[in-house]
Design a protein around this ligand. Structure first.
Ligand SMILES: [Zn+2]
Length: 284
């Protein structure tokens, strides 16, 4: 009986601790505790300080694409381990863990849908899956999304969030840089617009390939965007880097991105932009 009372006493406490993270999120920038429902209606931007929280693929689709318009194209390709790669842990074990955590086969989700009624093909990366790294599946899904856009006569919108190429796939991962670039070039030949949105963080092989060859390159406020990390650059050029180096606002000032757009205004911004660009694409 005493044991039974012990478990009864403990159960409510366990319940409270597992429920709490689903209701509240702490802003990583200003540390304010935010009600998740308020964050949801504010496109996961902190209402207090304007910090743009990182989004997984599902939430990114939710804030960008008209509700009920999304039809998924990706999800049928699963990563393999052709190099039998192992560092401190086997690549297959890392993959299984990431798949279990995110509920998707790899760090990407693609599909079709509309933004304020404008039809698009969309691809969003998921930083929560292995740091959004680009392996063979991410490269192939981006390529297929670009090919689908070209076939269907739709504009392409890609939201990047990536630590770069996936080292566990070595050269196979680096090959994706060339492959995605060629697929996007084919879209350009058809006169169809491609808009790239760089979110926090976009680095390495993704920055050096499809993310920065768009007709219009937008960045989210405060996002880290670059190729190599600041420490590597500093050691190479042996100079101190300026304040805010590799952040969206700095890159806008230096001409690497076309605009920095608050997430809450992105749907309106992209729909207007595509309205103009698609008119041109149809008449060309
Ligand atoms: Zn905040």
């Amino acid at each position: 009986m005493a044991l039974d009372r012990f478990f009864r006493r403990r159960r409510p406490q366990q319940q409270a601790s597992t429920d709490a993270p689903e209701l509240w999120t702490q802003c990583p920038a200003c540390k304010e505790t935010l009600y998740n429902r308020d964050l949801d209606t504010n496109a996961f931007v902190c209402p207090k300080c304007g910090h743009h929280l990182r989004l997984d693929a599902q939430r990114r689709i939710h804030v960008l694409i008209d509700h009920d318009s999304f039809r998924q194209l990706s999800g049928h390709l699963h990563p393999t381990d052709p190099l039998n790669f192992q560092d401190t842990e086997a690549y297959t074990a890392r993959l299984s863990r990431a798949q279990e955590k995110t509920g998707r086969p790899d760090a990407i989700m693609t599909g079709t849908g509309s933004i304020l009624g404008v039809p698009v093909t969309v691809a969003v990366m998921d930083f929560a899956f292995s740091g959004g790294s680009m392996g063979s599946v991410v490269g192939e899904e981006i390529t297929r999304a670009a090919e689908h856009a070209a076939q269907a006569g739709l504009p392409l919108v890609i939201v990047s969030a990536s630590g770069g190429a996936r080292m566990q796939e070595s050269a196979l991962s680096l090959m994706q840089m060339a492959k995605t670039t060629v697929a996007i070039e084919a879209l350009a030949e058809k006169g169809l617009p491609y808009i790239s949105i760089l979110s926090d963080p976009t680095t390495g092989g993704v920055t050096a390939s499809f993310a920065t060859i768009a007709d219009v390159i937008l960045a989210e406020p405060g996002a880290l965007i670059g190729f190599a990390g600041p420490r590597v650059i500093q050691q190479t050029i042996r100079q101190n880097l300026p304040e805010g180096f590799q952040r969206s606002e700095f890159l806008l000032e230096h001409g690497m991105v076309d605009d920095v757009v608050d997430r809450r205004e992105q749907r309106q911004y992209i729909a207007s932009l595509l309205g103009l660009l698609m008119k041109r694409a149809v008449s060309a």
